[in-house]
Ligand binder design. Structure first.
Ligand code: SF4
Length: 181
């Protein structure tokens, strides 16, 4: 008899990074993807990245939940941190904002585990991201999958899958402040 896999909500930051993480998690979990990235600006770029994520979800046969883009609330959350360099306090708040919503959604929809594709990019501080993910899971009776998805050529695999699936790959993190940098 086939064993039921634990239900995992994967916060996906973009299609390319998500592709390699989904591939790694699917053997162990029932993976559902959550698109929640109100930080991506402008709207046209947001749409391009969302389309790439839809392509990945369809190709890998996993459900994709598309949360609303509450850009104004995200701007409020990072207010005062606009001039921070990439990797600074604005990014810590941005990670927290997206992972808090992921954990809230997971609790309300019967998930036992959460994870994020945010750490796949070599430009990101994976320890900081995983620390935030763990704190969001703690106290909510959720388990955060505390893995370094960059290990075992995770980033290279995301590049390979992106080519195979003809995915759009962005050249800045997401917000207009990172675009400026
Ligand atoms: S640079 Fe990236 S992680 Fe940092 S605030 Fe902007 S979108 Fe968020």
């Amino acid at each position: 008899m086939e064993q039921t896999k634990p239900k995992l909500l994967l916060h996906t930051c973009c299609g390319p990074c998500a592709s390699a993480v989904i591939e790694r998690l699917v053997p162990r979990f029932e993976v559902h993807c959550l698109w929640y990235n109100p930080n991506i600006q402008p709207q046209a770029e947001y749409q391009r990245r969302l389309e790439a994520m839809r392509t990945v979800a369809e190709a890998m046969d996993v459900p994709l939940i598309e949360a609303e883009r509450d850009e104004a609330e995200w701007e409020e959350a990072i207010a005062g941190l606009e001039e921070e360099p990439e990797g600074g306090q604005r990014c810590a708040v941005c990670f927290h904002y997206r992972l808090a919503r992921t954990a809230q959604y997971a609790v309300g929809h019967g998930f036992t585990h959460i994870a994020t594709s945010l750490g796949v990019s070599p430009h990101k501080n994976i320890e900081a991201i995983n620390g935030i993910g763990r704190r969001q899971a703690d106290g909510r009776e959720l388990d955060f999958v505390d893995e370094n998805f960059r290990k075992h050529n995770g980033f290279q695999r995301s590049v390979q899958l992106s080519k195979q699936l003809h995915l759009y790959r962005q050249n800045y993190c997401g917000c207009r402040y990172s675009q400026r940098q």
